[in-house]
Design a protein around this ligand. Structure first.
Ligand SMILES: C=C(O[C@@H]1C=C(C(=O)O)C=C[C@H]1O)C(=O)O
Length: 362
């Protein structure tokens, strides 16, 4: 495949690269930065970036890939082999993770922490035949509503791939700004492997509250910049393929409001949101760094094309994997509240890891 060559050639030349396909689109894009990409400096501004691709870690400054070369291509349709057999559970990871969740519940009961998103990793070997561009096509075919992406930055030393459902900040060519509040998770397939219709989903108080934390957080960010004119749609149940979530959408017409800086301002305020970090934010960051034994790196950061065709599409880096040679580290997390159950939260991270595993490990 033509763009497979461009990808391999770019890797060999030390280029920083991103290949992606937006939700509901057929066309995919490849950006190459032949300088290897740039780590932005404190005080960087979205409005001042040229056309390219932005990728930020959970904590820290983003990398920017300038579009030295931009090509578009169509992802080929791919059939996924079925049925899928999940890898066995890692019992020591399970015990460790459930311990973290129990600690978080205790901390929340004491306050001031109200919600914290804890994550864990799952390390697996990919098949010898694994190939990044083929995997991107398979992810695109399996998850048409997700943002699917492959990212290679020489300074990171591996390839990150994701199939994320979560918009962080989006501004289309017509000046329409969008962000979403996404939380609450349940399986999107029943015991026989059939899809569950979103209208059939039933949500518990715990999940409704968990998502409300994220919605309140977004509204608080709007309040900080005194923005009152936004449209709020939801919460509604959405299907991401193998999972169901609760989603509320926030929309602003930045042209009508003459507010073109809104995406940059909101990006600075939003990240990391309560969907991947917690409430209050600083207490959640502190709890995560004192508890998790892995470095989140790019997981739960954000990534996407910026200032391309007058549009910016930044997504939270979820349902994600870091690949070095054939070794894959899958990352997944879940929102812990006072009413969490450690075994259920572990199961949720299993389902989230499987979003990519069911495609990449066949
Ligand atoms: C943290 C993740 O997902 C986030 C957390 C969710 C939850 O706690 O229910 C749901 C969607 C995402 O906002 C992840 O996929 O790793």
């Amino acid at each position: 495949m033509k763009d497979g060559f461009a990808w391999e050639e770019g890797i060999a030349k030390g280029a920083a690269m991103a290949a992606w396909r937006l939700p509901h689109c057929a066309e995919a894009f490849l950006v190459q930065d032949f300088s290897g990409g740039t780590r932005l400096q404190e005080g960087w501004n979205l409005d001042e970036l040229s056309s390219g691709f932005l990728a930020a870690p959970f904590i820290g400054l983003p990398y920017f890939l300038r579009a030295d070369s931009l090509s578009s291509f169509t992802l080929q349709a791919r059939e996924l082999p079925t049925p899928y057999v999940a890898p066995p559970e890692n019992q020591s990871k399970k015990t460790e993770f459930m311990g973290w969740v129990a600690e978080a519940i205790q901390a929340i009961k004491k306050g001031p922490l109200q919600k914290v998103v804890l994550s864990r990793t799952d390390e697996q070997e990919l098949p010898a035949s694994f190939d990044v561009m083929t995997a991107l096509e398979e992810l695109g075919a399996a998850y048409p509503t997700a943002f699917v992406c492959a990212l290679s930055i020489p300074a990171l030393g591996g390839v990150w791939m994701c199939a994320t459902p979560e918009i962080l900040v989006e501004q289309n060519a017509e000046g329409i700004f969008r962000t979403i509040s996404l939380a609450g998770t349940q399986s999107g397939v029943d015991a026989d492997g059939f899809a569950i219709a979103p209208s059939q989903a039933r949500w518990s108080t715990k999940e409704i509250e968990e998502q409300a934390f994220v919605s309140r957080y977004i509204i608080d960010c709007f309040k900080m910049i005194r923005l009152r004119e936004y449209i709020e749609i939801g919460p509604k149940t959405i299907s991401t393929g193998n999972l169901l979530h609760l989603k509320t959408e926030y929309i602003v017409d930045t042209k009508a409001m003459d507010f073109p800086q809104l995406p940059g301002l909101m990006l600075g305020l939003l990240h990391p949101t309560s969907a991947v970090c917690g409430t209050p934010k600083q207490e959640a960051v502190d709890f995560i760094s004192a508890t998790e034994s892995h470095d989140r790196s790019m997981y739960s950061g954000y990534l996407g094309p910026v200032n391309l065709g007058k549009a910016t599409h930044l997504f939270v880096n979820l349902r994600t994997v870091e690949i070095k040679e054939n070794h894959a580290v899958f990352y997944a997390g879940c929102g812990i509240t006072e009413d969490s159950n450690p075994a259920k939260e572990w199961q949720e991270t299993q389902m989230k890891c499987q979003t990519l595993q069911r495609v990449l490990m066949q």
